[in-house]
Design a protein around this ligand. Structure first.
Ligand code: ADP
Ligand code: ZN
Ligand code: ZN
Length: 723
């Protein structure tokens, strides 16, 4: 028998299938990890296929040395997922396979599941002097107490290990101790589904993609839980994806309360061992529901009955570091493979998804009201330019200060939101609200500190930093934004007796810090919580009656065709934190661009109106979803090499453009906005394609680049981060 093996190494040159002979004494099946000889070294590999015949000259094949796990770490379905991802995202096979197993398993940092542990027995040790490897094993075990079969076989050779086993010097054990991530144990809150929820659940029954559009507080989580229960009753399994940032203790506790041991949780806050154990519980079928961030889409579950992506519009579902992939597409593949529904849930669906629903590719399911029947909070727009004109040049408008005083007097709570994503990236006039934009692309320019210039991330054009507003002549034109720290300091000055808490990357780096801040907030009244995106999602505090958005425009002027969409989404989410209990809440939205269309739609909770407007703009400008942007990113330590390479590729792609004249909306080559990263020089080819032949052109471009480059090159589709 023969095995096709993918070597677990990064070099592009070995990212292909190699054949090995399966020795008679090894039970090798697809998906197993094995040790094989490669050149003069022993390396790890993944078996992706086993066959009777080989395609290569048999006499030149080597034998598989040993197997790493007793069972295939990668299940059949995931081998199909790998093939799909190679084609769809132009990725290396090994880099995809690594996504499917916990990193700890590859690095051997934690004791592995399918693995034997050896220690010394009490038997007298009787080894001849020249059996050096056997003696070395005994020394090792005397010092360390025990060793894994992988390690001992790999280090000292199978022969030596086997000999000691036969002599009875070694004893074999299997360790089976699960580390369970701690979570707050709550009582399951039983609610009676309302009519809308019931009908949503009924509709989500086929094998299509369903776009669940439900306003904040409409009870989507309850719908998810009921959908999952239904599948468990059919002996199926389920995956629920949530953005890392909204994996709050609250949602985890709710799931634990409802599903107990049947749910496994995968997120970055777990220790390596915990994550590994949760993965094993899914692998073995003990746990049937995987709840986690993006990478939980690779959960080793079989027989999926449903896949749910909550907050489907979140950018974090697109992996922007290697390997680069789009979670929605992987989810769709797995849903098709299992013939089960895929549910995309959001209060603010992406323009992309909503367009698909409009075209009938997705089925739209709506929850237009809050589950408890309460009104949405009122959103008041405050013009900050007016504030400056009337002599208030501080961070807080008079309206926000008045509302805060009110909250404090009534011993209630407020959240103040600071959008730091757009940190100091754009230039804006403090007097008239003018923002520097690219003359050719109508996107905001990005300030680059290292060369003190403004640049367009779409066409690469550069502009001088402004010292005077071209619109009104004011010198109050600057970049930069307020930070959380500054806001807390100001609040302490204005309200010295009131507790102010801060939640951002700096205050939550320690384990459980997140939870502790929220707990303190829950128990303190009055209290003001100041935070970044972290406070925007998932929280359900009934005494939060006021949400203040310090500078709503921060995300509006990112150099990204999706910046308006993102602003709408973010503000709707943040606003959704207010008034979740009995009393209606209020939102104060501070902006320097009060007449921007996004705010009108936000204030009226008019998603459909917003979508129409945005769709129209994208259609006119031919931006996604009406076109496809492809960025091909080249990076190498050798600048001359990468410059030559990118030039060669570009010249070939220009020919492609001649062949497909009408399909290219844009094509150019340039240095990347961040010219050097981790000592690699970065160049990029940017193209914008009509949709009609985008697939074909994209794969032809990939072939060109793949042939010319010695390293792998990264293809990004509609990237939001173009740095
Ligand atoms: P969403 O995820 O849509 O923003 P949630 O799932 O967080 O909304 O639900 C908001 C609140 O409404 C939660 O406190 C939830 O327990 C409650 N809820 C959900 N469904 C119902 C229902 N049918 N009746 C009463 N309360 C409900
Ligand atoms: Zn101005
Ligand atoms: Zn431009």
């Amino acid at each position: 028998m023969f095995a096709k093996v993918i070597i677990d190494q990064d070099a592009k040159a070995i990212d292909k299938v190699f054949e090995y002979i399966i020795p008679d004494n090894l039970a090798v099946v697809p998906g197993m990890r094995v040790y094989v000889g490669f050149g003069s070294r022993t390396v790890q590999g993944f078996v992706i296929e086993v066959s009777e015949k080989c395609d290569f000259d048999e006499s030149k094949l080597k034998k598989i040395i040993s197997i790493i796990d007793e069972q295939p770490a990668i299940k059949k379905e995931m081998l199909e997922v790998m093939k799909f991802m190679v084609k769809k995202f132009h990725l290396k096979q090994a880099s995809i396979l690594r996504l499917f197993i916990p990193a700890e398993m590859r690095e051997g940092k934690v004791k592995e599941l399918f693995e034997k542990i050896y220690s010394l027995s009490n038997k007298e040790i009787n080894i001849v002097k020249n059996a050096k490897q056997q003696l070395a094993i005994v020394d090792f075990l005397k010092e360390h107490g025990e060793g894994s079969s992988v390690y001992l076989n790999g280090t000292f050779g199978n022969g030596a290990v086997r000999a000691l086993l036969e002599k009875g010097v070694l004893i074999e054990t299997q360790k089976e101790k699960f580390r369970k991530p701690l979570s707050e144990i709550k009582d399951d809150k039983k609610v009676n589904l309302n009519k809308l929820q019931e009908s949503a659940i009924e509709k989500i029954a086929g094998n299509r993609t369903y776009l669940l559009h439900g306003v904040t507080g409409s009870g989507k989580t309850e719908v998810y839980m009921n959908l999952i229960s239904r599948e468990l009753k059919n002996n199926k399994t389920a995956i629920l994806l949530v953005p890392e940032i909204s994996l709050t203790p609250q949602i985890l506790a709710n799931f634990k309360a409802r599903f107990g041991e049947e749910v496994a949780i995968l997120h970055s806050g777990l220790s390596a061992g915990e994550r590994f154990d949760e993965w094993r519980r899914l692998y073995s079928g003990e746990a049937k529901i995987a709840v986690g961030a993006r990478s939980a889409i690779f959960a080793p579950l079989e027989n999926l009955g449903i896949i749910i992506i909550d907050e489907e519009h979140e950018q974090s579902y697109i992996s922007e570091s290697n390997p680069r992939f789009n979670t929605h597409e992987v989810a769709k593949f797995r849903a098709n493979f299992n013939n089960c529904p895929l549910v995309l849930g959001s209060a603010t669906p992406s323009v992309d998804s909503y367009e698909k629903a409009k075209l009938g590719q997705f089925e739209l399911v709506e929850l237009p009201t809050r589950a408890n029947g309460k009104e949405m909070p009122q959103i008041q727009i405050v013009d900050m330019i007016n504030e400056i004109r009337s002599g208030n040049s501080g961070i807080f408008s008079n309206q926000l200060l008045a509302d805060l005083s009110n909250i404090i007097n009534n011993k209630k709570q407020a959240m103040l939101f600071i959008n730091r994503r757009g940190y100091s990236s754009f230039m804006r006039c403090r007097d008239c609200g003018y923002v520097a934009k690219c003359s050719g692309c109508d996107v905001s320019l990005v300030y680059h500190q290292e060369d003190n210039r403004l640049k367009c991330h779409y066409c690469g054009k550069q502009f001088k930093v402004l010292d005077r507003c071209p619109s009104c002549g004011s010198e109050h034109i600057k970049h930069g934004a307020v930070g959380t720290e500054q806001v807390v300091k100001k609040l302490n000055e204005i309200f010295p007796d009131v507790k102010v808490l801060r939640m951002d990357n700096d205050t939550t780096s320690k384990k459980n810090a997140h939870q502790r801040i929220l707990e303190e907030f829950r128990n303190t009244k009055p209290c003001i919580l100041v935070g970044t995106q972290m406070i925007a999602k998932g929280h359900d505090f009934e005494d939060v009656l006021l949400v203040g958005i310090i500078d709503a425009d921060q995300s509006l002027y990112q150099s990204d065709y999706r910046s308006t969409e993102r602003t709408f989404q973010l503000i709707t989410q943040v606003a959704g934190r207010a008034g979740r209990g009995e009393t209606q809440g209020k939102v104060v939205l501070q902006t320097y661009a009060p007449r921007h269309y996004v705010y009108k739609f936000v204030a009226n909770y008019d998603y459909k109106g917003f979508f129409k407007k945005e769709e129209n703009i994208r259609q006119t400008a031919v931006f996604p979803p009406f076109s496809r942007i492809v960025r091909i990113l080249f990076a190498d330590f050798d600048e001359e090499y990468v410059r030559q390479l990118v030039k060669m590729c570009y010249n070939e792609i220009v020919k492609l453009k001649e062949e497909f004249k009408d399909e290219f909306l844009y094509l150019d080559v340039m240095k990347s906005p961040i010219k050097r990263m981790q000592n690699k020089f970065r160049y990029q080819i940017l193209m914008r394609l009509k949709l009609s032949k985008a697939d074909e052109i994209e794969s032809k471009a990939f072939e060109i680049v793949d042939k010319l480059s010695k390293n792998s090159v990264f293809f990004e589709i509609n990237p939001s981060n173009m740095s």
